[in-house]
Design a protein around this ligand. Structure first.
Ligand SMILES: Nc1ncnc2c1ncn2[C@@H]1O[C@H](COP(=O)(O)OP(=O)(O)OP(=O)(O)O)[C@@H](O)[C@H]1O
Ligand SMILES: [Mg+2]
Length: 424
């Protein structure tokens, strides 16, 4: 491609990811550089007040938060945003696993892309309530005749093709209201992607996805969980609790305003009592003209730890009930803003009895510090998944969307596989 035509193409190719959360709306802009490598070139964050547990309750407040976040990202990136990839999450997300079977129709019984498309159609033929819609149908594994656990059956020979898929559903009104806010703010939500699926693209390694891991995205209003095994998701759920409950507890127990409680949480809280000295003191601001007081830091920890523990226990209970707990061999990856609470990994480790680490987005060129925070996992993941889809649609593009991030780049093959199968 001549340089001019390439430049023209690149000028059109930037991607905006939009994560509308219960406490913050985040916009991230990624673009392909001259070597066709993705770089993050702008981020924008705005407080969000129109949602409750990931569900829009106030259209006006949500759309002004969307406008503000996108305007910040436009300013930083120097791009004018017209459309975006929108994250969908919230307490209404549900999942089911399904199977489909077809006879191989390809010439000489060789499996073709059409056979694979048909088997996915067959697998997604499930009955769901009128008020819900299918967000994704993600291929997990295939069987060809008697051979099981095949990841990619294309060009294999066989008579019978079976596919197992993970179907993610959401409430129709929830996703319509989110799209309405984005539309009314003046942007087109071109694609909708499950928030924690996007976060998984940004923070999980290939090995974790293959061995079996749990992604726990602890946000402000909800905690989203997704279990991966054999490279694909098998269980998706949401818990209607997150960091806002922790702030609320601090505000009530220490009689401080929510703003002060939030500051105390970020600056002084720790949810692993063992790591806090007995004689460490913190200052609690007074309200209504009262003098600030000093309290032991352990007192604050005794407030936040039970709530964080409750969130982890609820997640564990859900996983045990659904039968997925025993599949988590590679451990737990914590992401989302509330995972930044000091001691969260230690506490999660003791609750789950598994290795735990914090998941932050990798360096993707361009700006490097602005988005390297677990709170940005979803917004950055939205950009990465869209970039993967564009690379899949245009094979001339270099098959690497992330620089200095070999793990994520190597996981591209699987994600591309999903995208080729039109799961989005
Ligand atoms: N350093 C920190 N320590 C403890 N908590 C933190 C820290 N930084 C952010 N948080 C908490 O993270 C939460 C927000 O996380 P995040 O931005 O991922 O949520 P959200 O996407 O807006 O909400 P949701 O995903 O639930 O809709 C808030 O409750 C905030 O108090
Ligand atoms: Mg979130």
């Amino acid at each position: 491609m001549c340089t001019e035509a390439r430049r023209h193409k690149l000028a059109d190719s930037f991607i905006a990811g939009l994560d509308i959360g219960t406490t913050s709306t985040r916009a991230v802009v990624g673009d392909f550089n001259e070597e066709d490598q993705l770089e993050i070139i702008g981020v924008g964050v705005a407080p969000s007040t129109g949602l409750r547990r990931g569900v829009v309750l106030n259209i006006e407040a949500t759309l002004s938060s969307v406008s503000a976040a996108i305007e910040f990202a436009e300013l930083m990136s120097g791009r004018e945003i017209h459309s975006c990839v929108m994250g969908v999450s919230g307490a209404n997300v549900e999942c089911l696993n399904s199977k489909g079977v077809v006879a191989v129709a390809g010439k000489g019984r060789e499996i073709t892309t059409e056979d694979i498309a048909r088997v996915h159609e067959a697998a997604k033929a499930v009955s769901i309530p009128m008020d819900r819609e299918i967000l994704h149908v993600i291929p997990q594994v295939y069987s060809v005749d008697t051979q099981k656990d095949i990841r990619d059956p294309l060009h294999m020979m066989g008579v019978r093709l079976e596919s197992e898929v993970h179907i993610v559903t959401t409430s129709v009104t929830t996703s319509q209201n989110m799209a309405k806010c984005v539309n009314r703010a003046g942007y087109k939500p071109e694609r909708r992607i499950l928030g924690c699926l996007a976060a998984s693209r940004a923070v999980l390694s290939d090995d974790e996805r293959d061995l079996g891991c749990l992604l726990l995205d602890i946000g402000g209003g909800t905690t989203d969980l997704m279990v991966f095994k054999e490279g694909a998701p098998w269980y998706t759920a949401a818990i209607p609790a997150g960091g806002m409950q922790v702030t609320n507890d601090i505000s009530i127990m220490l009689s401080v305003l929510m703003d002060s409680a939030e500051r105390l949480k970020r600056e002084a809280a720790c949810c692993w009592l063992e790591s806090v000295d007995v004689d460490e003191l913190i200052v609690v601001p007074g309200i209504g003209g009262r003098e600030p007081t000093e309290i032991p830091r352990r007192k604050l920890c005794a407030i936040v730890q039970p709530r964080m523990e409750e969130i982890f226990l609820m997640a564990k209970e859900k996983l045990e009930k659904a039968g997925w707990y025993k599949e988590i061999k590679a451990g737990v990856v914590l992401t989302g803003g509330a995972s930044l609470m000091v001691g969260a990994s230690e506490l999660a480790q003791s609750v789950f009895g598994l290795p735990v680490h914090l998941g932050s987005p990798p360096i993707i060129g361009g700006l490097e510090s602005e988005y390297r925070n677990p709170g940005f996992a979803t917004a950055v993941g939205l950009v990465l998944l869209e970039a993967d889809a564009r690379v899949a649609a245009d094979p001339s593009r270099v098959q690497q969307t992330t620089r200095k991030d070999k793990k994520s780049a190597s996981s591209l093959g699987k994600v591309l596989g999903w995208i080729k199968d039109k799961f989005i």
